[in-house]
Write a protein that binds this ligand. Structure first.
Ligand SMILES: Cc1cc2nc3c(=O)[nH]c(=O)nc-3n(C[C@H](O)[C@H](O)[C@H](O)COP(=O)(O)OP(=O)(O)OC[C@H]3O[C@@H](n4cnc5c(N)ncnc54)[C@H](O)[C@@H]3O)c2cc1C
Length: 400
């Protein structure tokens, strides 16, 4: 018999959006003996980082103690996982401790690869460079954008894989609306660097964004990415298949390239290099195809959807139902449909509510409101005011 203090029925790796919500859903389904491994003391609601940088939310409302969001009846182990050994049903922790499990759910999120862009790590230490993809740097971005009165500001969005890739653009639109309201927009050159052919992969949604891009006079660089930052001379090199370009900046908001966590990439859980080192799962049941007691969801899973919190709301439901069924000796019959959402804040009071599936089709939650993706005020109220409440009170508690 394994040591009872280190053996759990279910071990959840990562106490972010996916880990806390799926653990809470499992508790509601009557599953006990769950451990949640999470090294951070604070839990972050990342979708609000864009609002923080864009000047429409305070940083303090994006964070709560991890202790407070850990579901009742779940054991929080404050540690980091360094390896999963699926043959031995074993998880190794940074502290040297080991856990064994009946089932494991792997959801440690995505890794921000700052050092893949030469010069970026050092540039982030300078006053003119920030990134709203990190908690501390989102607040820095907010001040930089607020105080800019003239000059050049550059926003960059990396190639996939990325967590809510479109979120890279959000503070830009909010800042433009602010600069217009304060009468300085005409004095600021705004450049947006995106990897794709258009700002978004679905034509209807891209059209909404392009309308705003033209309206604010943003210079769009497509098929391009951030290649290098020279913080001392304050310029970036951007480029892609069509060549490179050197641009001076007064402010740079850089969203870094992203990938599977380094410790996962070489593990037996990852598919192969074609899966990018993310955890291989059946994209419908979220169960590992080779290890029946391994499950994964969220940004760390090699699913076919666009990685985002909106996808997790459905994934946690499916995974919890399937795992509870397997624990009862039944087959996993619930299926995730590939749904994703990216609310683009295109001003300081409107949102383009982009809901779509893993085949690039629009997937509106409200079936009779097919044009919900068009810029509107109601979606802003939902994104900025309703969703944060829903997140802390209903999503993290496994109710929705
Ligand atoms: C700026 C920004 C804006 C966004 N905006 C939106 C939006 O508007 N709408 C939307 O739907 N989505 C949005 N997203 C995406 C959304 O936040 C993510 O998709 C979601 O958080 C993914 O959840 P997750 O549980 O997979 O990963 P995370 O929430 O990142 O949680 C992973 C957790 O695992 C922990 N961890 C890491 N390594 C280990 C380890 N080795 N051992 C144990 N634990 C570990 C981490 O500390 C973290 O707490 C945004 C993301 C960002 C960054």
């Amino acid at each position: 018999m394994p040591d009872s203090s280190t053996h759990y029925r279910v071990v959840v790796i990562g106490g972010g959006n996916g880990g806390v919500s799926v653990a809470a859903r499992l508790r509601r389904l009557g599953v006990d003996d769950i451990a949640l491994v999470e090294p951070r003391t604070d839990h972050l609601y990342k979708p609000l980082f864009s609002h923080v940088a864009g000047g429409t939310a305070r940083a303090s409302i994006t964070v709560r103690p991890q202790r407070d969001v850990t579901p009742a009846g779940v054991t929080w182990i404050q540690d980091g996982v360094t390896r999963v050994d699926p043959e031995a049903n074993r998880v190794l922790l940074g502290s040297g401790r080991e856990l064994t499990y009946e089932h494991v759910i792997v959801c440690p999120g995505i890794q921000l690869d700052w050092d893949r862009v030469p010069g970026l790590v050092d540039a982030l230490k300078t006053p003119a460079v920030a990134s709203h993809y990190e908690f501390e740097l989102a607040a820095k971005a907010s001040l930089l954008l607020r105080d800019l009165r003239s000059g050049t500001v550059i926003f960059t969005q990396p190639d996939d894989p990325a967590s809510c890739a479109g979120a890279a653009q959000k503070p830009m639109y909010q800042a433009c609306a602010y600069w217009r309201a304060t009468g300085v927009l005409d004095d600021i050159r705004v450049v947006m660097v995106v990897h794709g052919e258009r700002p978004f992969g679905i034509p209807d949604i891209s059209g909404e964004l392009e309308r705003r891009i033209a309206d604010y006079g943003i210079e769009l660089r497509t098929r391009s990415e951030l290649l290098e930052v020279d913080a001392e001379a304050q310029y970036v090199v951007i480029g892609g298949p069509d060549g490179t370009e050197r641009l001076s900046y007064d402010v740079l908001n850089a969203v870094p390239p992203q990938s599977a966590p380094d410790w996962l990439k070489p593990s037996a859980l990852a598919a192969d290099l074609s899966g990018g080192g993310f955890v291989e799962v059946d994209p419908r049941t979220l169960r590992h195809p080779r290890f029946a007691n391994v499950w994964s969801l969220g940004d760390a899973a090699a699913t076919t959807n666009s990685k985002c919190g909106g996808a997790l709301r459905k994934q946690t439901y499916v995974l919890a139902k399937n795992l509870a069924a397997v624990l009862r000796g039944e087959d996993p019959r619930w299926e995730y449909d590939g749904y994703a959402v990216c609310p683009f804040t295109v001003s300081r009071s409107t949102v383009v509510w982009a809901e779509f599936d893993d085949r690039g089709r629009l997937a509106p939650t409200i079936p009779f409101w097919k044009t919900m993706y068009r810029e509107n005020r109601l979606s802003w109220i939902f994104d900025r005011h309703v969703l944060p409440w829903v997140y802390w009170n209903l999503i993290l508690t496994g109710r929705v």
